[in-house]
Design a protein around this ligand. Sequence first.
Ligand code: TMP
Ligand code: ASP
Length: 252
Amino acid sequence: MARRKKIYEGKAKTLFEGPEPGTIVQYFKDDATAFNAEKRDVIEGKGVLNNMLSEYFMTGLTNIGVPNHFIRRMNMREQLVRACEIIPLEIIVRNFAAGSISKRLGIEEGTQLPRPVIEYCYKDDALGDPLVSEEHIAAFGWATQQDMDDIVSLALRVNDFLSGVMYGVGIKLVDFKIEVGRVYDGDFQRLIVADEISPDSCRLWDVETGQKLDKDVFRRDLGSLTDAYSEVAKRLGVMPKGAVPMKPTLIN
Ligand code: TMP
Ligand code: ASP
């Protein structure tokens, strides 16, 4: 196979130069990290599941007109995406309190928020992705006011879509994180949803039992992460029979 150029290696994904200009191959690794990579492990099958699930969510977004970077899945671990300039923000949308907002504001986990709450973190591993305000974003030029309007609109559309899709399979979308990138179409520029949407970047709780089906299973040592992600994939009809090389108990 021809050698291809690695562009970037992150904690859970590696990016390679794509076959055509303006494209990137996004490779999903099995590596799991939490708490800014203080906790790490390799979880067999995670990359395959996240590749398939991110494809599923991004394709759904495309179908309802929410622009995103996904072009097509190439194989079990790789997808072709459109190259974009990533805005250096993690955009978090919360429907129910959990994780850092519960700790920060003393709100019991699971409490429904009065409306979706959007937060921004500055993407900088060395600083531990600190929470920032729109004031910081504007003052330091990470995004313009127009970008921020577009980011809020994208984030809320993703939230409505994902909440509905997940609720339809008995899963509550507690919160999630997206990243957004800038693309240029001739003289115009616009923002698109980038990175990934997967149980690594969402909190997903079973509606009936409250069982966690997301990366908190790894963060909090609650059991098998692949079992949790496979359950999400199975409910959504994403996991092709026999295609994922995992424990036989997971295949039915
Ligand atoms: P938090 O409660 O830890 O701030 O996380 C909020 C949401 O963002 C949760 O769904 C997990 C996701 N998230 C990421 O995708 N990447 C991260 O680095 C962090 C800290 C959270
Ligand atoms: N993704 C972050 C890390 O690797 C944090 C997290 O998801 O909890 O450390």
